[in-house]
Design a protein around this ligand. Structure first.
Ligand code: PMP
Length: 435
């Protein structure tokens, strides 16, 4: 077996013949770059709310997927996109109310300064556009990111996505900085992070490179989920601005209410970014992403560069986006993220008092990271045992962080306390079994 997925001994043989056949077909037709989740990969055929159903009809509790943030198969989103698709689907080169209505509704969720939107289909494209704009506005080229950041897959963005691993080269204009350190005293976290950014600015300048932007995922998902203390980003943002660069908030992960305190992750830190990029949950699965800007930042770029993205922000995408915004508001999902997220975090903290494997629980709203250690060391192995053990108990999560030892718990925002109880029960059983 030469599976790119690196199945452990015997794992492939444990799959049923239909699954084995699909994996062989995948490898043959999709090639070697794709990976599957879990030692025993899953084959889902249907989703509803927080549940995913496999080919045998078994229900799995989704505590991981943030794209379907208003629920798998959300009926309101479905109705909005089918109605619009049956009526008209063109693009942003024609006048259309949906596009304008949605752009206005989206900017209305932001501080007044962020008043213009450009649409893309993916978060990667939004970040690619952000770096072009940052370079045009500042006249600089340098990009500062955290040490284990992920911002996307285009050639330019992969160059500032160090979590892609040592075989994907960073650009010569890219500098990495340590992510905020949650083990420091809260009042030191922001200052220490800013010192890293200042050192990166100095290093860029020393190499004759003018800084263009600092870009961070405002919940530091791939760096291990760091949300606290609120306000921690401010000194670093001040530093990049003093150096003539701009601050880009990558909201692909925390955006659209996930952090439970506001619509956007940056709001937790009491600042207004120069550009905001968003994606994933924006269309609840319909490809919709984009960039929200202060007008003065995109003015020069807009004068010099024509912008058109064939599918980005088309009338169907805009219908999906509008339905998502309405659903978040109507169902008070930001408050739900705070309420259920707080409950879930408390439950995990309680587990941490009884099991040595969990050494720290972090996060905001319905984005939670839990550190897994064995013998006082971060343990990717034990984290993987837990992730796969939960999968066997029909509960879905993953692991992240530089040491791959942080359980990443990030359910759809329609998660309930009852769902949280089910999650905690399965987590306790799993840790008991593998810890
Ligand atoms: N930024 C962040 C923080 C992300 O997590 C991701 C996707 N995981 C992206 C950007 C890229 O988004 P996409 O996959 O839609 O290109």
């Amino acid at each position: 077996m030469t599976m790119a997925n690196a199945f452990g001994t015997g794992d492939f043989e444990r799959l049923n013949p239909a699954e084995q056949s699909m994996i062989r077909r995948r490898e043959k037709v999709l090639g070697p770059a794709y990976r599957l989740f879990y030692e025993r990969p899953l084959h889902f055929v249907r989703g509803e709310g927080v549940w995913l159903y496999d080919a045998d009809g078994r229900a799995y509790l989704d505590a991981y997927n943030n794209v379907a943030s208003v629920g798998h198969g959300n009926p309101q989103v479905l109705e909005a996109i089918t109605k619009q698709a049956a009526t008209l689907n063109t693009h942003t080169r024609y006048l259309h109310d949906n596009i304008l209505d949605y752009a206005e509704a989206l900017t209305a969720t932001c501080p007044d300064e962020l008043s213009q939107v450009m649409f893309t289909c993916t978060g990667s494209e939004a970040n690619d556009l952000a770096v072009r704009i940052a370079r045009s506005y500042t006249g600089g080229t340098g990009v500062i990111v955290t040490r284990h950041a992920y911002h996307g897959v285009t050639a330019t963005v992969a160059e500032f996505s160090p979590s892609l691993g040592p075989h994907v080269d960073l650009g010569p204009h890219v500098r990495t900085v340590p992510a905020p350190d949650p083990s420091l005293a809260p009042e030191q976290v922001g200052q220490a992070f800013a010192e890293g950014v200042e050192a990166a600015i100095a290093d860029l300048k020393r190499h004759g490179i003018k800084p263009a932007m600092l870009i961070v995922d405002t919940i530091f998902s791939s760096d291990g989920v760091i949300a606290n203390p609120p306000g921690l980003l401010k000194p670093a943002v001040d530093a990049i601005r003093r150096a003539g660069g701009i601050f880009v908030a990558d909201e692909v992960q925390p955006g659209f209410g996930r952090t439970g305190d506001a619509m956007w992750g940056f709001q937790r830190h009491g600042l207004i970014p120069d550009l905001v990029t968003a994606g994933k949950p924006m269309g609840n699965g319909y490809p919709l992403a984009g960039l929200i800007a202060r007008p003065e930042i995109i003015a020069e770029f807009g004068k010099n560069s024509r912008y058109f993205n064939t599918f980005g922000g088309n009338p169907v995408a805009a219908a999906a986006g509008m339905a998502v915004l309405r659903y978040i508001e109507d169902q008070k999902l930001i408050a739900n993220a705070a309420n259920v997220g707080g409950y879930l975090r408390q439950g995990l903290e309680e587990l941490a008092t009884r099991f040595d494997a969990i050494t720290s629980v972090r996060g905001a709203g319905l984005f939670i990271g839990a550190d897994i250690e064995q013998d006082g060391q971060p343990s990717a192995h034990l984290a993987s045992r837990i992730v796969n053990g939960l999968r066997e108990r029909q509960v879905l999560i993953s692991a992240s962080g530089p040491d791959a030892n942080v359980l990443k718990i990030r359910p759809p925002l329609v998660f309930s306390r009852e769902n949280a109880d089910r999650f905690l029960e399965a987590a306790e059983e799993t840790i008991r079994a593998v810890g």
